[in-house]
Design a protein around this ligand. Structure first.
Ligand code: 13P
Length: 249
């Protein structure tokens, strides 16, 4: 198991100035000294606001939900890794299934984005996961290994600096969680793949994401190869998110 677990909240395209402030004030009031690393990933438009609200404390770090695969230039709407860095961003989610699905991101795009993030000193949280159909066809292992292998191929020994998130697509926002056993099985596959690529595989954190909540977090986080969580819906409610943080070792 990696040294410190990581609980990251992916706010997705939710929030607003007032709601963000209320959520962060509640989180900061309740978090104390967490026994794990904690991050929140607001929409890009609110990075400056959230950076300001997080100033002067170390319990909660700032993350982004995406990063451009380009350095700079004529890429309308993109936000580069160095721009994220300007706002104190420590983590960037890369290759979330919603982006693979709606923005056509491929394994190659994801691998390049990881490289950009690492070059800017940002820790990428690389999402992998199978759809329901792929699981039913017995393709889970093949899919997640293919997705991670593109990232390993392009990033070589730097792979020890990433975070991986296993997010079965069928479990995202559906209330259907992978059982701790099902999740651990896939995490073990990913760990073995990392071990073949780096001698530091044990320190790579592999998060679980997909309907993780205050009630099921402890059992998931107790699995030997589950090193944290990437939380969607439950990250928008301070008491729920704080309970998940409390469940992490
Ligand atoms: P939910 O926790 O809402 O299922 O979302 C998970 C997720 O996609 C986090 O990135």
């Amino acid at each position: 198991m990696a040294t410190k677990q990581l609980i990251a909240g992916n706010w997705k395209m939710n929030g607003g100035l007032a709601a963000n402030q209320a959520l962060l004030e509640a989180l900061l009031a309740g978090i104390g000294q967490p026994g794990c690393d904690v991050a929140v990933c607001p929409p890009a438009a609110y990075l400056a606001q959230v950076q300001g609200l997080l100033a002067g404390q170390e319990a909660i770090a700032l993350g982004a939900q995406d990063v451009s695969q380009h350095d700079n230039g004529a890429f309308t709407g993109d936000v580069s890794a160095t721009m994220l860095r300007d706002f104190g961003v420590r983590y960037a989610i890369v290759g979330h299934s919603e982006r693979r699905q709606h923005q056509g991101e491929t394994d190659v795009h994801v691998a390049i984005k990881v490289k950009r993030a690492l070059a800017a000193g940002i820790t990428p949280i690389v999402c992998v996961g199978e759809t329901l159909r792929e699981r039913e066809e017995g393709m889970t292992e093949f899919i997640v290994k293919r997705q991670l292998s593109a990232v390993i191929h392009l990033n070589g020994h730097c792979i020890s600096e990433i975070v991986v998130a296993y997010e079965p697509v069928w479990a995202i926002g559906t209330g259907k969680t992978a059982t701790p056993g099902e999740a651990q099985q896939v995490h073990a596959v990913l760990r073995a793949q990392l071990k073949a690529a780096t001698e530091h595989a044990e320190r790579v954190r592999i998060l679980y994401g997909g309907s993780m909540n205050a009630a099921n977090a402890a059992e998931l986080l107790a699995q030997p190869d589950i090193d944290g969580g990437l939380i969607g819906g439950a990250a928008l409610k301070a008491p729920d998110f704080l309970k998940i943080v409390g469940a992490a070792a």
